[in-house]
Ligand binder design. Structure first.
Ligand code: ATP
Ligand code: MG
Length: 419
């Protein structure tokens, strides 16, 4: 498999004032063309850092894709940097000069003298025509590395890449295919996932397996390289089967799948319904559940019981339970779940009460403390979770909502294994 590096040039990018959309776009296009991006660099429009970045960018890759710094002004240094790196002079390209002149002629404008520098290219380079703007791209070799420099303006870059770069890359890749698949898991901590998949996660393997964590969800990403799409899919299928074997029911879905949709599927498979009672999540569980089309088949609704009065009057939580244990407590979470199940006439109900912060925490009940109650056809119980006092409010709420969904799914999976 061919390896690519991507170099994004521009001070605004390096400062973080403009978000680099070119590099992810190029990396995705490379992957689709069977080329693996192993490095992305961002550098300011300054001579010395640019020289260093360029020297670093070409190490151990086959292809270098550059965007930005091809404008007509003094801070556009890509041309010169490439010429310097190749040890070549810049020469005037008559065809590029004619195209730039034609660009202005079409707009009935005189060509500003500044723009003549855009017709310059390193002596061994060939220009890449820009049909949308004035800056031609540059195609050349630096040692054994094929270098393509394109303008920073995204739509110009996209058009030029598709027209003149993609075909070259596709030919260089010689039919190689890169495909990836995500398996989402919940309930097994990331270090434990890592331990169970350790041999699969060894670097340099194909398919390559890695993990990433997002507020309780651990995603296992499988990347496969092969000579044909079918062979890549075979590698992915085999690795997916192995990961599922090792992680069992912790795997709730693939690629775009959500935990809420997995809960929905488990409910549908058993012909059961679900209700919610939400305090600190304020309806987030209901929102996550109803993002899945067809959720009306199993989600009957819920009660956002923020105030104690609502917990008492709509969910039937006893006032002495609230007084004795406080609103954030296992007995209240259990009573909320029991109450929601009865009030909504559902088979299952899940309830959340907690302290999302940033205020409202005490030493006894710190920010991040969340109690989750679950009522099933057979039992009611509750458990306490600590989602940490540092995360922002939205992170604690999303963690709580996901844990609540996980609890429901766990309870449903236990039903099948019993029967
Ligand atoms: P020209 O098209 O004149 O050659 P250039 O190649 O010098 O321009 P810049 O001047 O760096 O490119 O950027 C032009 C525009 O493109 C700016 O609006 C900038 O925000 C945008 N841009 C440049 N690089 C990127 C990038 N990596 N991701 C997203 N936008 C970018
Ligand atoms: Mg620029």
């Amino acid at each position: 498999v061919q390896h690519a590096a991507i170099l994004s040039i521009g001070s605004e990018l390096a400062l973080g004032r403009v978000i680099d959309t070119n590099a992810p776009w190029l990396a995705a296009r490379c992957a689709a063309l069977g080329i693996r991006t192993v490095r992305q660099l961002t550098v300011a429009d300054d001579r010395a850092p640019l020289r260093t970045a360029l020297a670093h960018a070409v190490v151990d890759v086959d292809v270098l894709l550059i965007t930005g710094g091809l404008g007509p002004t003094d801070d556009d240094l890509t041309r010169q940097a490439l010429a310097d790196a190749a040890g070549q002079p810049l020469v005037d390209d008559p065809a590029s000069r004619a195209q730039i002149a034609a660009f202005f002629a079409r707009r009935n404008r005189d060509m500003p003298p500044q723009n003549t520098v855009q017709a310059l290219r390193p002596a061994s380079a060939t220009p890449i025509e820009n049909t949308c703007g004035t800056a031609p791209g540059i195609r050349m070799a630096l040692g054994s590395v094929a270098v393509f420099a394109l303008p920073g303006v995204p739509f110009e870059m996209h058009a030029m890449f598709e027209r003149e770069v993609a075909p070259v890359l596709a030919a260089a890749a010689r039919g190689a295919v890169l495909r990836s698949r995500d398996l989402h898991t919940y309930g097994v901590p990331e270090p434990e996932v890592g331990a169970r998949l350790a041999d699969l996660m060894q670097r340099g393997r194909n398919p390559e397996v890695g993990t990433s964590a997002d507020l309780g969800v651990i995603t296992v990403r499988i990347n496969a390289a092969a000579d044909t799409p079918a062979a890549a899919d075979d590698l992915l299928d085999a690795a997916e089967a192995e990961v599922r074997h090792r992680l069992g029911s912790a795997v709730y879905g693939r690629d775009g799948a959500t935990l809420a949709a997995a809960v929905g599927a488990a409910l549908v498979a058993r012909g059961r319904t679900l209700a919610t009672a939400e305090s600190c999540t304020g309806g987030l569980i209901g929102q996550l559940l109803t993002e899945t089309p067809g959720s009306s088949a199993y989600y009957v609704g819920g009660i956002v019981s923020y105030a104690n009065e609502i917990k008492q009057n709509l969910l039937g939580v006893a006032s002495d339970v609230l007084a004795t244990h406080g609103a954030v407590s296992e007995p209240v979470a259990a009573a909320m779940a029991r109450g929601a199940r009865a009030a909504c006439g559902a088979d299952y109900a899940v309830a959340v009460t907690g302290i999302a912060g940033p205020g409202g925490g005490t030493t006894e009940k710190p920010v991040g403390l969340v109690c989750i109650g679950l009522a099933t056809p057979n039992a009611v119980d509750a458990a306490t979770y600590h989602f940490g006092s540092d995360p922002p409010r939205h992170a604690i709420r999303l963690r709580a909502a996901r844990m609540a969904l996980h609890r429901v799914r766990q309870a449903l999976l236990a039903v099948r294994s019993e029967s």
